[in-house]
Design a binder for this molecule. Structure first.
Ligand SMILES: O=P(O)(O)O[C@H]1O[C@H](CO)[C@@H](O)[C@H]1O
Length: 608
């Protein structure tokens, strides 16, 4: 544990003897030579944390950042943990899938991390399935499932800011890690910091392919699109005949080529690319934050769509596992940017409609599990809209909720499949969608074509997606949401917010003029006033706070700290039959209650 500048200096001296990258090594040598205490503490005062999402952080020199040595140490820890957990021979035989995105900062690149990680696997005699060009993240879990690999590694930090890099890990079931594997791997990394061989850190893609890494890009891509065609495309002829015009943005990420092929697979006429955002560019020049959820990120797409006469905009996030959608208003006056909850409701209902039509998913899962289906099921994170639950209650499919993130949605979906359900859809409000069973993770490349197919069918019926959504709301109820966040890196201030709302088991009873009816607290030991035994149904966490308040007016509000960004997030949903009344009350509760009361102090100290 580095506590002083002296400790940081010692860590830096050790670093210099291990770091295979000349640039970062030289930077650390300079810090040592200049005795730059602040710089040394910044680079070595902590270690970039490994958690269920893998690791993410600024690329640069030192243990606190993402770089070649950290990539090497991470894979060494992962390999040892896999060998211990699954058995050395099994790991060797089953192999590890490795892919990468386009992130780069100086000589640090996702591709370079991928080569180093592959070389470490080769050193241990582990088979490597290598994807030699930038890929959409879902290709990695798809390949893990296809080859029955022991794990998957995707070098990406998704929508993080431009200086960042990251590593995402998929477990042997092709889903992101759940505890205790994250803790086990983090411990194993700490036990395997010294490079096993100086050569590994110098590996390149060419060197690992020469040494026998299996170059599976074409095979994986072919299999992915075959599966997409077989499982999720239902109206290819109609797609080809449709005059729906679509604009697409890759948000400067990996998506463009894979999105084109997805459209081709479905028979959709080619989309209009948003030229300024098509090329993979780690500088993300047109957006302050490369996240299609952020305000303004779709502006170039709107401009491109307007000038090409498109009525639908699709945008992937930079690693193409998520999907944003906007639609031209029927009167042409502007655009409706759908929330993740609205896209989820539309796609979920579409999948339910298709499931009923075919009575089962296209590929007959019954044959695989050799028993009759228990029917359809959907899974969503607890902070996502409950509209599909209302549809499920009315129509007769199961709807399960779980904690946030696809590690939970994916694992819950696998459990339900094991129980005999056809899990036809999984989603979270953060524009993550998993359709059918082709990839056990969110997938923006499949979701974009399925959404377009649905939009084309609706157009054939003379309806826009927005009009269709309203007709679903009229039938199943209005589920309106108001989600947001407060930027805050101040851990103490964040803790104060949660303590004020529910410290020592004493929970706040009002929010502005609104009265709380029930509270669920998912910080251990956990509490749920609505349950007979007062214990929450979802798992509790020993480290992260998550509070859910149900109000007397029916509004449900959850507050939690983001696991990927310095944000305190709030998610608010209210249902009802009169949308204007619901909207007015929900927005008032959020503005004057959540932001104006509960988060007032945090907002006052909000970063610019
Ligand atoms: O809210 P945090 O923990 O940042 O996680 C976010 O990141 C994931 C999207 O990449 C989603 O699970 C979303 O909820």
């Amino acid at each position: 544990m580095v506590q002083s500048a002296e400790d940081a200096r010692a860590a830096a001296v050790q670093w210099v003897s291990w770091d295979p990258n000349e640039e970062t090594r030289a930077a650390v040598e300079r810090l040592i030579a200049e005795n730059d205490e602040a710089g040394l503490m910044e680079a070595f005062g902590s270690r970039v944390a490994f958690g269920t999402a893998g690791l993410r952080g600024e690329m640069g020199p030192g243990t606190a950042r993402v770089n070649d040595l950290v990539a090497l140490q991470t894979v060494q820890g992962l390999i040892k943990y896999l060998e211990k957990t699954l058995g050395e021979d099994k790991v060797k035989e089953r192999g590890i899938v490795i892919g990468f995105d386009h992130r780069r900062r100086g000589t640090l690149t996702s591709k370079g991390f991928a080569a180093i990680m592959a070389a470490a696997c080769q050193l241990r005699g582990i088979k490597v399935y290598f994807l030699r060009e930038i890929v959409a993240t879902p290709f990695v879990p798809f390949a893990v499932a296809k080859y029955g690999a022991a794990a998957g590694i995707m070098e990406t930090c998704s929508h993080n800011p431009r200086p960042d890099g990251g590593i995402k890990i998929y477990w042997e079931n092709a889903v992101q890690l759940l505890s205790p594997h994250d803790v086990g791997i983090a411990e194993s990394i700490a036990d395997n910091l010294e490079p096993w061989s100086p050569e590994v850190g110098k590996a390149t893609m060419e060197s690992i392919l020469e040494k026998g890494a299996h170059d599976v890009l074409d095979e994986v891509a072919d299999a992915y699109y075959e599966s997409l065609a077989a499982k999720l495309c239902r109206y290819k002829e109609d797609n080809a005949a449709s005059d729906l015009k679509v604009a697409y943005s890759a948000m400067h990420g990996v998506g463009h080529e894979w999105a084109k092929r997805s459209f081709k697979t479905f028979g959709h006429p080619a989309f209009t690319p948003v030229d300024s955002q098509v090329e993979p560019d780690p500088e993300f020049p047109t957006v302050p934050f490369p996240n299609p959820e952020e305000k303004g990120a779709l502006d170039p797409a709107i401009e491109a769509a307007d000038s090409a006469g498109c009525t639908l905009i699709l945008a992937n996030d930079p690693d193409a596992d998520r999907l944003a959608v906007a639609e031209k208003l029927a009167d042409g006056s502007g655009w409706k940017v759908f929330t993740g909850n609205e896209i989820g409701a539309l796609l979920g209902f579409w999948e339910w409609t298709n499931y009923q039509r075919h009575k089962q998913p296209k590929e007959n899962d019954d044959a695989k599990r050799q028993r009759p289906s228990k029917g359809a099921a959907m899974v969503a994170s607890t902070v996502s809209s409950k509209m599909l639950k209302a549809v499920g209650d009315a129509e007769g499919f199961r709807f399960d909720e779980c904690l946030t993130g696809f590690k939970w949605i994916g694992n819950r979906s696998l459990e339900l499949r094991d129980e005999g359900y056809d899990v036809i859809f999984g989603f979270e409000e953060a524009i993550g969608f998993c359709i059918g069973d082709m990839v056990p993770d969110k997938d923006g490349i499949s979701a974009m074509s399925v959404f377009t197919e649905m939009a084309a069918q609706l157009k054939k019926e003379g309806k826009t997606c927005a009009e269709h959504l309203v007709s679903l709301q009229e039938k199943y109820g209005y589920f309106l949401t108001n989600n947001g966040y407060v930027l805050s890196r101040d851990v103490k201030a964040n803790k104060r917010v949660f303590a004020a709302l529910g410290g020592n088991g004493k929970y706040v009873e009002t929010c502005g003029k609104y009265k709380v009816k029930d509270v669920r607290d998912l910080l251990a030991p956990g509490f749920d006033s609505s349950q007979p035994n007062k214990m929450p149904i979802l798992p509790v966490s020993s480290s992260s706070s998550m509070l859910t308040f149900t109000f007397e007016n029916g509004c449900v509000v959850t507050l939690r700290m983001s696991g990927t960004e310095p944000k305190l997030k709030y998610y608010c949903e209210m249902g009802g039959e009169d949308p204007e009344k619901v909207r007015a009350e929900l927005d008032d509760l959020v503005e004057n209650g959540i932001r104006g009361d509960w988060l007032k102090d945090l907002i006052a100290s909000d970063e610019p």
